[in-house]
Structure formats: structure tokens, C-alpha cells
Design a protein around this ligand. Structure first.
Ligand code: SF4
Length: 223
């Protein structure tokens, strides 16, 4: 089932016909996927998110994304979970705030692998669901996407603003309709640590993995 919203058809840059979509999770990519399906765009999902910690959370997010991709018959590339490399690159940035240099490294790492896969497998365009979240800095993400694409001649980063024209609201609508798993922190061990510190300081329970789903009573009560 897709959204009833009447969409303006999207077009890929340079008149290209296929794109490699880096996806961070089902809630963020749901609207992006539905928009591409509605526009008849040929796309493949690339799931490369070695930042997600711990493994249980990684599997929850990935499995939700696979489930939704299967409903559309969209190809899903399950890339490495090379978290040791992620932790090595994050060394010295453990206490950086969200949206800081650790996040630039994290976006760079994910886009670099996406661009490499696109280059090796004949995708002329890459994009990502990362920017749809209002918690993220879109300029920071777009800088990383452009930087990664510029490594290969003929590869373009599609800088589409997925939040506009009601995209952010539809992201939530689709997540509730599909009862997606609702992650409660950005993804890495440090964002989990910092979110829990904030919760404890504000007299809230620490995060319990695998509990929150969009459209459930607890989700509705939390709004
Ligand atoms: S807070 Fe999010 S974007 Fe930043 S390093 Fe952690 S997982 Fe990556």
C-alpha cells in the first residue's frame, strides 16, 4: 500500500534513469522509496550503516528496511557491518556533539562506500535518506554526499530535499501505517550514551532496544 498523496513526478539529475539510494533505516527511507516508485525511478537500496550499535539495533533497523523493500520488489544491497572500521575512524571524536565532526566522518564513511559501489556497478547517481530527518543538518549531509560522488567521474550526488512538499509529515504517516520499528537515538554507541545521559538527567527511563514501534499506544502517548 502506498500513500494516497498526489505527487509531482521526480526526475533524476542529467536525465539519468537509475539511482543507488543509501538508506539509513525504514522510517527515513519509506517516503523516499514511495516517491521514487510513484515517479517510476529505477532504484536500488544500499544499506551500509556500520555506525549502528549494538548489533541487535543494527539487525532491527536493517530487517525493517528489508521488509519494506520487499513490498515493492526493490533490490536491496546488504553491505558490510564493518563496525571496527567505524570505531577506528571515530577515535578521538567520542565526545563530539551530534552534528559535529564525528557525524561528518560518519556520513563521509557511508557515502564513500555508496559511491564506490555505484562506480563499480554502473549507477550514475547516488542519494540518501539521511537528510529527511529534521534532527540532521542537511548542509552537512549534502557536503558529504557531493564529496563522495566527486571521487568518480560521471557520478552525481542527487541533492533532493526530501523534507519539502510535506515529505517530513509523510515520513511519519508511512512509519505509522507500516508500524516500523522506532529507533530512539541516532545510531552509534556515543549517541546511545548521550541520549541515555539526557534521559537520566530528565528523570526518564533509559532506552530499551526493540520496544518502540510507530503507531503503537506508547508511541502515541509519547507525542
Ligand atoms: S550521532 Fe549519528 S550521525 Fe553522528 S556519528 Fe553517531 S550515528 Fe553517526
Amino acid at each position: 500500500m502506498t500513500s494516497n498523496f498526489e505527487r509531482t513526478p521526480l526526475a533524476l539529475p542529467n536525465g539519468e534513469s537509475k539511482v543507488l539510494l543509501h538508506s539509513c533505516c525504514a522510517p527515513c527511507s519509506g517516503e523516499v522509496m514511495e516517491a521514487m516508485v510513484a515517479s517510476g525511478i529505477d532504484f536500488t537500496i544500499f544499506f551500509y550503516n556500520p555506525n549502528i550499535h549494538p548489533r541487535k539495533e543494527y539487525d532491527l533497523r536493517k530487517d525493517e528496511n528489508i521488509r519494506f523493500a520487499e513490498t515493492f520488489g526493490v533490490p536491496f544491497i546488504d553491505a558490510d557491518y564493518d563496525r571496527d572500521n567505524w570505531f577506528a575512524r571515530a577515535k578521538g571524536m567520542e565526545n563530539e556533539p551530534e552534528r559535529g565532526v564525528r557525524c561528518t566522518m560518519c556520513f563521509d564513511m557511508r557515502f564513500e562506500r555508496t559511491a564506490l559501489y555505484a562506480h563499480e556497478h554502473g549507477f550514475p547517481v547516488i542519494t540518501s535518506s539521511l537528510g529527511i530527518s529534521r534532527w540532521k543538518n542537511m548542509d552537512q549531509i549534502n557536503d558529504c554526499g557531493r564529496r563522495a560522488a566527486s571521487r568518480y567521474s560521471g557520478l552525481t550526488y542527487w541533492e533532493y530535499n526530501w523534507r519539502k512538499a510535506g515529505g517530513s509529515a509523510r515520513m511519519i504517516e508511512i512509519s505509522k501505517r507500516e508500524n516500523f520499528y522506532q529507533q530512539e537515538y541516532c545510531g552509534c554507541a556515543y549517541s546511545l550514551r548521550d541520549t541515555n545521559r539526557h534521559r537520566i538527567a530528565t528523570h526518564r527511563e533509559p532506552i530499551k532496544l526493540g520496544v518502540m514501534y510507530y503507531g503503537t499506544e506508547r508511541d502515541d502517548a509519547a507525542k
